[in-house]
Structures are given as structure tokens and as C-alpha cells.
Design a protein around this ligand. Structure first.
Ligand code: NI
Length: 163
């Protein structure tokens, strides 16, 4: 298990467009393992490669603690509906804000074996996919916050999913 340093808002790497992964290498496989470890260690529900300083189109999500997915070169194929709720980000520690996202997302991506898959997600999983996908294009949720960015108190911390 290897943990990587989570980059925080203000670091240039979080504002850049990530490059597609062409093939699975030992180095990329290790990156993915480290991203998973780092996400769980930080109690996050998602983590994108630029958040650990790597400009590759990869993110990992687990919204329940038992539903891990690796997304490589993801494309959002369809969206529907709307959900508005509090969002947080491991790269913006101690903050949360209200963001509106699609309530349904269909996404196509490659897994860690470079096998193509499509999946449909709703609610928190759909929100996480949109949030992480934004990271791959250099965007943070704070750009989309409706109203103030709030300080998260200790009591609330466990209720707001950090991505
Ligand atoms: Ni994030």
C-alpha cells in the first residue's frame, strides 16, 4: 500500500487537461493501486489522477465502501435529470458547497485491464462521476457552487461525500 500526496486547490496541476491512457503499463497500474489506497485512507468517495499530481484520464470511485470502480479515458455518453446537493473535494479540504448535477449519467470507460465497459449511475454515484470527470479537464466543483462555499464542521464531515 502506497499513499500519494493529495494536491490542493491553487496547485497548477489541478487546472490542466489530462491526457488519455494509451496502454496499461506497470507504472499506470501502480498509480491506480495508489489512488485507491489514497482515496480510502482519506475517506473519500472518489479520486482523480490530477489530485495526486498525474495528468492522466483516470479516476476511481467507491460511494459505498464496497463498490469500487476504476475509470480510464471516461466519456459521459448521456445524462438526465437534476440533483442539487452538498459536494466536497479532497483537494479543497474542510469546505463544501451546493452544486447541481445530472441525476443520471451513462458513462463509457476502460477498467484497469483496459477492457471497455459502460455503466449507468444515479444520485451520489452520478454526482461523483461528474465531479471526477471535471477534474480530468482541470475543473473543480468550487467553480459550480451555488451560493457560499461553507466551512465543514467536524460533525458534518462524515455526511458530505468528499471527492
Ligand atoms: Ni474532487
Amino acid at each position: 500500500m502506497a499513499l500519494r500526496n493529495i494536491r490542493e486547490q491553487g496547485e497548477p496541476v489541478l487546472g490542466k487537461i489530462c491526457k488519455p491512457v494509451k496502454e496499461m503499463t506497470e507504472r499506470t497500474a501502480e498509480l491506480i493501486e495508489d489512488m485507491i489506497d489514497t482515496m480510502y485512507e482519506a475517506n473519500g468517495v472518489g479520486l482523480a489522477a490530477p489530485q495526486v499530481g498525474i495528468l492522466k484520464r483516470i479516476f476511481v470511485i467507491d460511494t459505498t465502501g464496497e463498490d469500487l470502480h476504476v475509470f480510464i479515458n471516461p466519456e459521459i455518453l448521456a445524462t438526465d435529470g437534476e440533483q442539487t446537493g452538498q459536494e466536497g473535494c479532497l483537494s479543497v479540504p474542510g469546505k463544501s458547497g451546493q452544486v447541481t448535477r445530472p441525476n443520471y449519467v451513462k458513462v463509457g470507460a476502460y477498467n484497469e485491464k483496459m477492457e471497455y465497459f459502460e455503466l449507468e449511475a444515479t444520485e451520489l454515484f452520478a454526482r461523483a462521476i461528474c465531479h471526477e470527470n471535471d477534474h480530468l479537464d482541470g475543473h473543480l466543483y468550487v467553480e459550480k457552487v451555488e451560493g457560499p462555499l461553507l466551512d465543514v464542521t467536524y460533525d458534518e464531515e462524515e455526511e458530505i461525500a468528499e471527492e
